[in-house]
Design a protein around this ligand. Structure first.
Ligand SMILES: NC(=O)c1ccc[n+]([C@@H]2O[C@H](COP(=O)([O-])OP(=O)(O)OC[C@H]3O[C@@H](n4cnc5c(N)ncnc54)[C@H](OP(=O)(O)O)[C@@H]3O)[C@@H](O)[C@H]2O)c1
Length: 260
């Protein structure tokens, strides 16, 4: 009996050590991300010659544009402000040497896709980053008090993902390879009161990406939703967090931020 108990405690101890070892390895992966190449560089490059990035003039889209150029892709940059696109194109061509195409388009409209299609004609597109997105109100506000321009948000956050995917996936399917990254947000993981349109639009991006991945994974195409968030996703899923968000947080904001 004593021996069996001893064996049991040794087993539990080893299990705990193993769990913590795995946690350490996962943590070191985050710190040494640069050296921890999950996939060889050749995998990305095998997708095709060009990468297309929407909302490339600033922020995350701009960062993707530089990184994909560094990975050896020629890049197509799409956003509204021509001057910003020209400056980024010049910098990429000068510092990295990739070829850059720029397309000026406003994703808040839905009549731009024939123009984009024409501009992308003939390019072997291996990667599409559906990054463009707008947050209609920075400060929390009720649905009825947000700006009237709901259609722009739907076009920018939802239509752009669907239409750009439709344009490019067709060619990826015929080549049996490609990678589509749809930029979502942590607010997609759970309904966010006072940011209802934005969180719902980002939830669409996740659901759409998962469903498409199931449809197209056996055709050699990878489709992923990228969840960007400052809050770890386990927190979103915890019932304590969800309860706090739906009750105390909203009550607090209503009281203190003068939200009707
Ligand atoms: N930043 C975050 O903390 C965060 C967190 C979670 C998720 N996200 C998501 O990540 C993505 C990028 O965020 P970000 O903060 O990097 O964006 P951002 O800095 O606000 O904008 C990036 C680019 O999008 C372009 N853009 C905006 N509206 C456009 C439109 N209607 N048509 C064409 N281009 C447009 C802008 O171009 P112009 O300047 O030329 O207009 C800008 O160059 C978004 O989908 C966002 O929802 C961001």
């Amino acid at each position: 009996m004593k021996e069996a108990l001893e064996q049991f405690f040794i087993f539990v101890g080893l299990l705990v050590c193993l769990v913590y070892l795995m946690k350490c390895v996962r943590f070191s992966k985050c710190i040494f991300l640069h050296f921890w190449k999950v996939l060889p560089r050749s995998f990305l490059k095998s997708m095709g010659e060009w990468a297309v990035i929407t909302g490339a003039g600033d922020g995350i889209g701009k960062a993707y544009s530089f990184e994909l150029a560094r990975q050896g892709f020629n890049v197509v940059l799409i956003s509204r402000t021509l001057e910003k696109l020209q400056a980024i194109a010049a910098e990429i061509e000068l510092t990295i040497g990739s070829t850059v195409k720029i397309i000026q388009a406003d994703f808040a409209r839905d009549d731009i896709y024939d123009y984009i299609k024409e501009k992308l004609k003939g390019l072997e597109i291996g990667i599409l980053v559906n990054n463009v997105g707008m947050l209609p109100n920075l400060l929390p506000s009720h649905f009825l008090n947000t700006s009237d321009d709901i259609q722009s948000l739907i076009h920018c956050n939802i239509t752009s993902v669907v239409k750009m995917t439709q344009l490019i996936l067709k060619h990826m399917e015929s080549r049996q390879k490609g990678l589509i990254l749809n930029i979502s947000s942590g607010v997609a993981l759970f309904p966010w009161p006072l940011y209802s349109m934005y969180s719902a639009s980002k939830a669409f991006v996740c659901t759409f990406s998962k469903a498409l991945q199931a449809e197209y994974k056996d055709k050699g195409i990878t489709i992923q939703a990228v969840i960007l968030s400052l809050i770890p996703s386990w927190a979103f899923y915890s019932s304590v967090f969800q309860k706090m968000l739906l009750t105390r947080y909203v009550d607090y904001l209503k009281k203190n931020a003068n939200i009707r």
